[in-house]
Design a protein around this ligand. Sequence first.
Ligand SMILES: [Zn+2]
Length: 417
Amino acid sequence: MGRSTKHIYPMLCLIVVLAGVLAVFHLNPSIVQSLPWLSPDDPPSVEQPDNPPEQQPPENNPSEQNPPEENPPENTPPENTPPEQNPPEQDPPEQPTPPKSIVTLTGYYYTYNNMKSDLAELTERYPDIMSYRSYGISADGRELYAATLGNPDAKKQVIVTAGMHSREYVNTFVVMRQLEYYLENYHTAVYNGYLLRDLFDEVCFVIVPMTNPDGITLAQEGIDAIRSENLRQTVLGICGTTNIKTLNDYLNTYWKSNARGVDINRNFDALWSEHNDTVGRPASKNYKGFAAVSEVETAYLVALTESLMNPVASVCVHSQGEIIYWRCFQEGALEVENKRLAQIAQRVTGYTIIDDNQTEPSYSNWTILAHGIPTITVETGLGGYPQNHATMADGIYDRNRDLWAAVAAAYADLAKG
Ligand SMILES: [Zn+2]
């Protein structure tokens, strides 16, 4: 037992000391934290107190405080929708969008005034590659406009005419759309291996979209759109009715002449004297006039054509039938060249070539017979009268759009690029 008591005393002393130490730690736990080898957490956490103040910049506070002050006044009224989502949806589209088309249908018809303002806008947008001018004035006081596409000093010119017969007004719209197409794509597009800009640098186009503005205005807008009392009386005398609806429906469907009752296309000095128009007086169509070139619209177009330095081809746009006329007693090289022009138009449009000689006076026959200019008359579309832009224009445009490039390519002296 003596040995056991010897061991008991030291054990008791050790227990008392340990109990004392534990009691002290229990009363003051911070002592534990100051002793790394006793702490439950690892040292790194010690530096945390320094960072938080730096990571909580004062910027966060204002941003949290401001929104509530700004939003309420703006958002208060309706309970509608989260206004914050709308702005981001509208903002993103900053992609390069193509410029809006100028030549568009804003009413039921494409009118003289539409053409006039579109010519001005196109020239403003494309001043380096297009110009336009008045080459005369109609019987009822409307300017006659011609546009130039391409290099105005080009060695060769092609003349395009449309809107000669009143009820064929859809072609003015189509020709204006063609003009805008070539302007839009002037520097980038290629036709059959040729850059458009190279083609129109060699061969410029002189375009008359509406050779008979009085007649077209009469067909589209009715008798009241004619300003001159004398001309209104002429038209009333021809139509034989004063019922305004009957009259305007008639004008829209049957009228081809100018406001004086002369068919401009029968008024040119080619085959004129021998032609029997079977009318003999002012009429809605076919009257050739009391003399060749009696009409101002005819005379100004003659002067415009004769002002061109070197016209190599002429394209006359009429309606309808999807056919191409070209022959008017030509011989030799002119016949060969004119037939080639007709075949080019046939390949582009898919229209049918008519090889019969045309025996009536017309602008086409005059450019061929009086000036030896290869000329085609393209009769666009099908479907009768009155014409409806909305249903006819796209189809005609699609089949005729490339015709100018094809004609330019046929006459430009260029190597394919
Ligand atoms: Zn016609």
